[in-house]
Ligand binder design. Structure first.
Ligand code: NAG
Length: 366
């Protein structure tokens, strides 16, 4: 082949190639666009269509390994008992676990001293909240429904007309709903580092804004509504105070039961929990009138002044607006209060028998 001819051929090949390239890059662009659109639709569909739940006890789900009670609507709640035998106990406590957690995370078995269990005859029960562990999800869940679940659990176990509730973190947030919807069933309540829903309408905007600005700026846009839960989900160390870090290393990790907690899928466990916890509620705890005007039931709120999950400043504000709450602020404490050595005994004693250490300065002036 002569040189000229080869050049020509190359040229025409090149032009064909560039033509093809032009066409194919526009095809690729179209394809990408289509993928993006379909992908977004799929994402959107997924976002509005929860995945099929991996129902406990079904062929697609985990086996039932814990005792469960059946609720009126057919759902089951799995529970774990600890302490004095139920029928002989003097005090009965229902523990409400926090976000991304389960009944196995109840502090009582490990941190309530046996001496106190015996002395006061304390029975405790913890349960997997709907969608966690071995409790069925509740597609109709609301702040009110969880309080009614707790009442049904108490009745299913025969705990009698009145029982105590202790809730940590998001379990503390749920304790507010017990005070609102089932106060007549309570013998007492303790809220430990209770989560605050920034959408409660009476919260002063300047304090919520300030609390918000304490978040790392990079996180702020993503956290908007679920502050500071993306850090919580990720177990990011920035959310732990010094004392929390000690607790986490003592427990051998932030979430030792993670696989069990989310075994029904993240949608039914953590997503729905966040959705309900941070939706607009039918009530604002700041509007609650004293549920116990006879003073025969006491309500305690405990908060660490180094809590990085829930800002102490907001908690102080809430406590100051509700004079019927016994507010205990713990200096140097973080969020994971009941796992601190000795604190569960202290919290439990003050709830059940009203024993409180009176600060020395006040004792002296009294
Ligand atoms: C507190 O007093 C009210 C009103 O008398 C009563 O209905 C309720 O059962 C009492 N609660 C407890 C725990 O004793």
């Amino acid at each position: 082949m002569c040189r000229e001819g080869r050049d020509k051929k190359n040229k025409s090949e090149a032009s064909t190639r560039s033509h093809t390239q032009a066409r194919s890059s526009s095809d690729i662009f179209k394809t990408i666009l289509l993928v993006v659109i379909v992908g977004s639709l799929a994402w959107f569909y997924k976002a509005i269509q929860p995945p099929t739940p991996r129902t406990i006890g079904s062929t697609s789900g985990a086996a039932v390994t814990w005792p469960r009670i059946k609720l009126r609507d057919g759902r089951h709640l799995a529970y774990k008992e600890f302490g004095f035998p139920r029928d002989e106990a003097k005090f009965k406590i229902i523990y409400i676990h926090g976000f991304d957690s389960c009944k196995l995370d109840s502090p009582f078995p490990q941190f309530l001293s046996q001496a106190l269990v015996e002395e006061l005859r304390i029975y405790t029960v913890s349960f997997d909240r709907p969608g966690y562990g071995e409790s069925d999800p509740d597609p109709n869940r609301s702040p009110r429904s969880i309080a009614l679940d707790i009442e049904e659990l108490a009745d299913g176990l025969g705990l009698g007309p009145n029982f105590y509730v202790v809730g940590l973190s998001m379990g503390g947030e749920i304790t507010w709903t017990c005070l609102k919807y089932i106060p007549h069933r309570l013998a007492g309540a303790a809220l430990l580092g209770p989560v605050i829903n920034y959408w409660w309408r009476n919260l002063p905007r300047d304090i919520t804004r300030e609390a918000f600005s304490l978040t790392s700026p990079a996180d702020q846009w993503a956290l908007r509504k679920w502050f500071p839960f993306s850090n919580v989900i990720a177990g990011n160390p920035v959310i732990f105070s010094r004392q929390d870090m000690e607790v986490v290393s003592k427990l051998g990790g932030f979430r030792p039961n993670l696989a069990y907690i989310r075994q029904q899928g993240e949608y039914e466990s953590i997503h729905r929990d966040l959705k309900v916890g941070f939706s607009s509620w039918e009530f604002d705890p700041l509007d609650l009138e004293d549920p116990f005007p006879n003073n025969n039931v006491s309500v305690h709120l405990w908060h660490g002044d180094e809590d990085r999950f829930v800002p102490v400043k907001l908690q102080r504000y809430i406590a100051s607006k509700l004079p019927w709450i016994h507010y205990h602020e713990l200096s140097g404490s973080g969020h994971l209060l009941p796992y601190v050595e000795g604190l569960t005994d202290k919290i439990t004693k003050s709830l059940l028998v009203g024993e409180e250490e009176v600060p020395e300065s006040r004792e002296a002036s009294a």
